[in-house]
Design a protein around this ligand. Structure first.
Ligand SMILES: [Cu+2]
Length: 136
């Protein structure tokens, strides 16, 4: 197995394939995606995130309701021991609010992830533009 980028490691919890969606000028909200691999032998629970580029961050889940896609904040995401959980378009994601500047391809920003049961992890996430609309 080849991981494109292992960007953080702490007590068995690793984050791979993390990126922040590029932000066009004038927008102040974006999303971040990643895969969380809980290689430890205890459950961790993602309960929050923060980044210096955002005034606040939330964990969101997408839900289908009557054929329409909507997203809602969730209080936490359980990461069972030994399992990987993907945050990807159409599923779980981190929302970043209150961005001051546009985000361009090639830039990298730190995002801190807060857990219950595991120490916090600081991830350096590259910016990746998404050319097509999010799949629903
Ligand atoms: Cu969202």
């Amino acid at each position: 197995m080849v991981l494109l980028a292992v960007t953080a490691c702490s007590d068995g919890l690793t984050v791979s394939d993390a990126y922040i969606r590029g932000l066009p000028p004038g927008q102040t909200v974006t999303a971040a995606f990643m895969t969380l691999n809980n290689g430890s032998n205890q459950e961790c629970r993602l309960v929050g995130a923060a980044s210096p580029i955002a005034s606040s961050a939330e964990i969101h889940a997408h839900t289908h309701h009557n054929g329409t896609m909507s997203m809602r904040p969730v209080e936490g995401v359980a990461l069972p021991a030994g399992e990987a959980v993907s945050f990807e378009p159409g599923g779980y994601h981190l929302m970043l609010f209150g961005l001051q500047n546009s985000l361009s391809d090639g830039e990298e920003y730190k995002v801190t992830l807060f857990f219950e049961g595991c120490p916090e992890v600081v991830v350096t996430m590259p910016v990746r533009s998404v050319l097509r609309e999010e799949e629903s």
